[in-house]
Design a protein around this ligand. Structure first.
Ligand code: BG6
Ligand code: MG
Length: 214
């Protein structure tokens, strides 16, 4: 039986993917090219600096900047993003997330966060979800980014739960791939066409059948 649920944050529990998109789009516009929602799919689950590299590739500017300039651009994007998320509240919690967290808690299932974001703590705090987590692993606690599974395995290890007894909830291909590498069940949240790495896909957490998995 599964004993642990590991949640990605952006795009799974909270509706913050749209703010990442807006902030990246603004940067692209400044650089003189368009960054579409379709391009944005490639950034989901991906670390900040890798996201920038992908964005620059879209604008055919891959080798146009020094490392220092790139750090400056990523910082600028992050400042914009932090502005967006600094005022969010529980209205940004995605459909079905709260009842699922509550039910898992009631059943005694351990709950971990496995997010690539360095802003995870502030988001959890602003939307009031902090208290549900037995362990929080985010972009500050790991050195390797998804699809490396470190962000999930660290949580499982901390809780002392075998990987095969963990269920991962993800809205990104990179994250689903990471879960599968270590034998965790990979639940995609989003559209089936975008999430081909998943074991099973739900368009929303509110459709997730908890009794089938826990
Ligand atoms: C992930 C998002 O959760 O966090 C990515 O899906 C984002 O889009 C990544 O790039 C890193 O986030 P941050 O907040 O540290 O820039
Ligand atoms: Mg995500």
């Amino acid at each position: 039986p599964n004993k642990c649920a590991i949640f990605d944050l952006d795009g799974v529990l909270v509706d913050t993917a749209k703010y990442h998109y807006l902030a990246w789009k603004e940067l692209a516009e400044k650089l003189g090219f368009e960054f579409t929602l379709e391009h944005n799919e490639m950034l989901k689950g991906v670390s900040r600096m890798t996201s920038l590299d992908i964005l620059l590739e879209v604008g055919h500017m891959k080798d146009a900047f020094t490392e220092e300039e790139k750090v400056k651009m990523a910082t600028e994007k992050n400042n914009r993003y932090v502005e967006y998320i600094s005022n969010i509240d529980e209205s940004e919690i995605l459909d079905g997330a709260l009842p699922l967290l509550q039910e898992l808690k009631q059943k005694g299932i351990k709950i971990a966060l496995g997010s690539a974001s360095k802003n995870a703590q502030i988001i959890l705090k602003n939307v009031g979800l902090e208290k549900y987590f037995d362990v929080i692993v985010d972009g500050n606690s790991v050195s390797k980014a998804k699809p490396d599974p470190e962000v999930f395995t660290l949580g499982a290890k901390t809780l002392g739960i075998p990987y095969e007894e963990c269920v991962v909830f993800e809205d990104s291909q990179a994250g689903l791939e990471a879960a599968k590498i270590v034998g965790m069940l990979a639940v995609g949240v989003g559209q089936e066409k975008d999430l081909t790495n998943a074991d099973v896909v739900y368009s929303s957490l509110k459709d997730f059948k908890i009794e089938q998995y826990f």
